[in-house]
Design a binder for this molecule. Structure first.
Ligand SMILES: [Zn+2]
Ligand SMILES: [Zn+2]
Length: 305
């Protein structure tokens, strides 16, 4: 099970009823925040999710509407009692900007590690993160966050092979176990690979093939739609953003299950009214709303489990 919350939907500047685009993902005790514009902590407070548990912050890029909320957020995480380290990832240039922002939050009860990355993969607690380059006017990354699912444990096979009971649990979790000099490997007791859960988050960018690759078959694709109407496409091109239709074309090409549009221009006051632009191309498109939340579940997982 994986929870996603789109904390805000604004691009450029926060508005009285619209926080800046940021996204929080939680799964199996891991909390990860993507982007942190001015006021993100207010949106998170309204959502009621824990500050203390945030151990990873991913930045798409270093524009103010995605980073200016960091010092306040870190102070609030500290006030919430966190002492474990926080790791901040972002594209080239992140360390300089983050260190500058952190001068306004010099005394934190936890350490902060900054990692600049290009296209790569890493693990953040229970979640796997894949980064890919997108096309903005500064270095910018798209993120795919996945909760992988281990294959099904087959107790009959474990019994047949006489595998000691105390090895079952670690094997089930994918770990190799050695007991009395005998090595037991997960493939001895695990079945076919099973599909995990994936969220892809992309803003700010023009459409790129890397996005289609990064969002491939994602359960949820959160993509910028700075401009609603297709007439604004030349503006979108000029400022390195996208229209709703362009985002929907990516969603369709990537074969995602659902598209949430976000990072709306402050001039786009009612994105819902132009959602048809996206739905003509990709019917399962939604205009992001403040604190829009979804719980993703494995194919055979029920709401109660
Ligand atoms: Zn932006
Ligand atoms: Zn930007």
């Amino acid at each position: 099970m994986l929870d996603v919350c789109l904390l805000g939907t604004g691009g450029m500047m926060p508005l009285p009823q619209r926080h800046l685009t940021a996204c929080m993902i939680r799964a199996e005790g891991t909390s990860l925040l993507i982007d942190c514009g001015e006021g993100t902590q207010v949106a998170l407070r309204l959502q009621g999710w824990s500050f203390k548990s945030i151990g990873t912050i991913l930045f798409t890029h270093m524009h103010g509407d995605h980073v200016a909320g960091l010092p306040g957020l870190l102070l609030t995480i500290g006030n919430a009692g966190r002492t474990e380290p926080v790791v901040i990832y972002g594209p080239k240039g992140t360390a300089r900007v983050v260190r500058g922002l952190m001068m306004a939050a010099p005394e934190l009860p936890f350490s902060v590690e900054i990692q600049e990355t290009g296209e790569t993969e890493y693990k953040a607690g229970a979640l796997y993160v894949r980064t890919f380059r997108v096309d903005h006017n500064v270095p910018c990354l798209g993120y795919r966050v996945e909760l992988k699912r281990l294959p099904e444990f087959q107790p009959d096979r474990a019994r047949e092979q006489g595998i000691p009971l105390r090895a079952w649990n670690p094997l089930q979790k994918g770990n190799t176990v050695v007991i009395d000099g005998v090595t037991y490997t997960p493939d001895m007791v695990l079945g076919e690979a099973r599909k995990g859960l994936s969220v892809c988050y992309c803003t700010d960018t023009r459409p790129t093939p890397s996005i289609i690759e990064g969002a491939k078959d994602a359960d949820l694709f959160i993509c910028e739609g700075m401009y609603g109407e297709e007439e604004k496409k030349s503006r979108a091109r000029e400022y390195k953003h996208m229209t709703f239709r362009e985002a929907a074309i990516l969603a369709k090409a990537a074969g995602v299950k659902e598209l949430w549009l976000t990072h709306f221009s402050p001039s786009l006051m009612r994105p819902q009214e132009v959602l048809g632009e996206a739905r003509e191309v990709f019917p399962n498109s939604y205009a992001g709303r403040e604190r829009m939340t979804k719980t993703l579940r494995y194919d055979d997982e029920t709401a109660e489990s």
